[in-house]
Design a protein around this ligand. Structure first.
Ligand code: NAP
Length: 439
């Protein structure tokens, strides 16, 4: 058997540990498959003394990951520290400058520096692989780069954040409000202590920006992703959607339009019976619409030690095959400049939840206002209040919760109608408007 492929691991946290464990357990089988053993030779993390549940005594230790990238006796540099800038970015640049192949799970770094990293890697004839950065264990990057390359992709979308899907699923199944589920998710390790990247939609937007480049061959433009998180979703919304035949999901959607690319991350109502409506818990899914293949949907674990490390190992194996493709579907120099499309008139209706001060006459007034803006209503119903919409004092009456489903209309019309309804003095709190996606 030929020389081992020497791996330098920068980061020995959840994913780094997983990589070591896979090589320990399946290393012999992997070596038989690829004709070459994988061997971790050097590692770096912050704390050398930390008990990580793995034996690192045979590996050369580096206090500084940049030293590891510059001088380690390695063939491939695996960046598993995280962070869009700082040591992860600097070490990655050093490794690529040295001509080393790089494997990373760092979506934040790639979403912010994709064009530069891809250009550098290709100029050095080095691989830069990042399967684990988009939907963890789901092999969507390879699918888009290779298996679906014969297609023109016109839309790519999915459930790209496991924390949000886990929280929305538990609210649905257990009838508990957002704050309570968030606390429990944090205690169980399904949400970070600072959950803002996940529940604010930023993590999903990082992944969507990469899917956009892979699907449409445009330069990566994270700043142009329209982002709304799940913070405003209440139990009342979840229950109302359920009664109406929908689930609420945080979706990432990228569409190629004649005016440019539309990228958006936001909560959406999807039919309960749809394939995406059935994706629950921490599971992720990614769907791509291709002109010849039709709709392809990949479902699987979007995070976690084993699943994410599985994608890292797949990429390391690719470097062993010396399968030097482009970083994205096109050479970095040929990626087309990103042109932002206006957020289009949304296809489908809208769900609107209003907290109304009192009911007599208000339904009719709302329907009239909606009609003035050309919006026809599929339904308007009063809902039991599952969670307090606005804090009320003891002697105050809790506002009534009313849910409206519109037929197809534009976001602009709904916003204008809501403004008018607000000016009429009927509303007690912020309206919540959620798009209905027909996927
Ligand atoms: N966890 C997942 O399920 C998952 C899924 C998909 C993608 N990812 C991505 O994978 C990457 C790693 O995530 P993770 O969950 O494994 O993170 P983690 O558990 O927090 O581990 C980070 C590791 O990096 C080390 N590190 C941090 N700063 C360092 C520095 N300045 N110098 C040297 N080492 C440093 C830490 O050292 P110490 O251990 O000594 O503190 C730790 O070993 C991130 O980019 C993340 O977005 C993670």
């Amino acid at each position: 058997m030929t020389e081992p492929l020497k791996i330098g691991l920068a980061g020995l946290g959840t994913v780094g540990r997983g990589v070591v464990k896979i090589i320990e357990k399946n290393g012999n089988d992997i070596a038989r498959k690829i004709g070459r053993p994988l061997k971790v030779t050097a590692v770096s993390a912050r704390d050398r003394t930390k008990d990580r549940g793995i034996d690192i005594s045979d590996y050369t230790w580096f206090d500084d990951p940049i030293d590891l990238a510059k001088t380690g006796d390695i063939d491939v540099f695996v960046e598993l520290m995280g962070g869009e800038d700082g040591p992860a970015y600097e070490a990655t640049i050093c490794a690529l400058e040295r001509g080393l192949d790089v494997v990373t799970a760092n979506k934040a770094m790639i979403a912010h520096h994709a064009n530069e990293l891809a250009t550098l890697a290709e100029s050095k004839n080095a691989s830069f692989l990042y399967e684990a950065a988009v939907a963890g264990g789901i092999p969507i990057v390879k699918a888009l780069k290779e298996s679906l390359a014969g297609n023109e992709i016109h839309r790519v979308y999915g459930i790209l954040n496991g924390t949000c899907n886990y929280m929305l699923t538990r609210m649905q199944n257990e009838g508990k409000p957002f704050d309570e589920i968030l606390k429990e998710a944090q205690a169980e390790g399904y949400a970070e202590a600072d959950p803002s990247f996940d529940i604010g939609g930023i993590d999903a937007a990082h992944k969507l920006a990469l899917l956009t480049t892979l699907s449409f061959g445009t330069q990566t433009s994270f700043k142009d992703v329209y982002i709304e998180g799940i913070e405003a979703i209440t139990l009342t919304d979840i229950m109302a959607a359920d009664d109406l035949g929908y689930r609420i999901k945080l979706l990432g959607v990228a569409v190629k339009t004649p005016e440019g690319i539309e990228q958006r991350v936001h909560p959406a109502l999807v039919p309960k019976s749809s394939a995406i409506g059935e994706v629950s818990g921490v599971t992720n899914c990614v769907c791509a619409d291709g002109d010849f293949v039709g709709k392809v949907m990949l479902v699987g674990p979007g995070a976690g030690e084993g699943a994410t490390a599985s994608s890292i190992i797949g990429d390391i194996i690719d470097t062993a095959y010396e399968n030097k493709g482009h970083v994205f579907t096109l050479p970095a120099k040929e990626l087309t400049p990103y042109v932002q499309a206006p957020l289009r008139a949304h296809e489908g209706g809208y769900y609107v939840r209003l907290a109304l001060k009192d009911l007599p006459g208000t339904f009719a007034a709302i329907a009239t206002r909606m009609a003035e803006f050309g919006i026809s209503l599929e339904s308007i119903v009063q809902r039991p209040v599952a969670d307090k919409i606005t804090p009320v004092k003891e002697d105050e009456i809790q506002p009534a919760s009313v849910v409206i489903i519109t037929h197809q209309t534009t976001e602009r019309s709904v916003s204008q109608a809501l403004k008018a309804i607000e000016q009429d003095g009927h509303i007690a709190g912020e309206p919540n408007m959620i798009r209905i996606e027909r996927l």
